[in-house]
Design a protein around this ligand. Sequence first.
Ligand code: UDP
Length: 315
Amino acid sequence: MQTAVVTGGSGFLGSHLCDKLISNNISVICIDNLLTGSLDNIQHLFGNPLFRYIKHDITNFIHVPGRVDFVLHFASPASPLDYHQLPIETLKVGSMGTHKALGLAKEKKARFLLASTSEVYGDPLEHPQKENYWGNVNPIGPRGVYDEAKRFAEALTMAYQRYHGVSTRIVRIFNTFGPRMRLNDGRAIPAFFDQALKNKPITVFGDGSQTRSFIYVDDEIDGILKLLFSNENEPVNIGNPEEITIKQIAEEIIKISESGSKIIYEVLPVDDPKVRQPDITKAKTILGWEPKINRLDGLRRTMEYFKEKILIDKK
Ligand code: UDP
């Protein structure tokens, strides 16, 4: 049986990845120090013979006994609020953590997959973003801790591929949403649902004309696994090209949650990208992948999860 190590396996994306790997009959070793992840996300997997959990900070040497076929490196604070509050940890997991995870892959002759990000494009001057765009990142701004850590992680991954012959994959993940996001992680979709479902003001930053392109988690995970099993060893964008302004997404969320909330405008965070949209030609061509779930369906499914969370939190 094949075995995958998932760093950050109890986080939002990591836990969905664990589920999907297990459903493909791949056994999973989930490593997480629970800095931003939660055992709630993997509770249902305890007791499954294909699942093991190790509490560990992967910026330190990772020891895993036995066979490992895949190392999927998903550990990192990932919301702007998290990496503002955890700047050093974010830099360490992207640099030292990636080094340790690559070292494990090299030792085990395993295939390595890096969870990279659309943030490597920074506040992009090319639109939509293709994989060959080098980006526009402020290294010393507040987002630099995440963006530069991920850019370094990509460079290190390519170096291990070129100089150590490790089989590597790099996915550039665009704004993903769905169940298991934390209501208070500060990102737009959970924040707006939290506010809408509690009839509180919806905090749109700036004038809300900045754009993002949101992908539902199942589509994202599907694309990531297609990339893992492909032969493509350079970065691939996995995102939904449907672009929307932040004001529009706030309005959509107010509508589907039948909320009485009103939008209020707050200061735009420093270096907040003005636009973001993946060009997914490469994923379509090489992986035969494209997103299938439309945003409104995804938002409804996510709302059900958040509603339940709010009820549990109340108890
Ligand atoms: N945003 C907002 N209100 C919030 C949270 C976020 O208007 O309460 C905006 C944020 O400034 C950005 C966009 O929504 O323009 C997406 O932010 P998010 O934190 O979800 O992810 P990002 O794409 O910036 O990493």
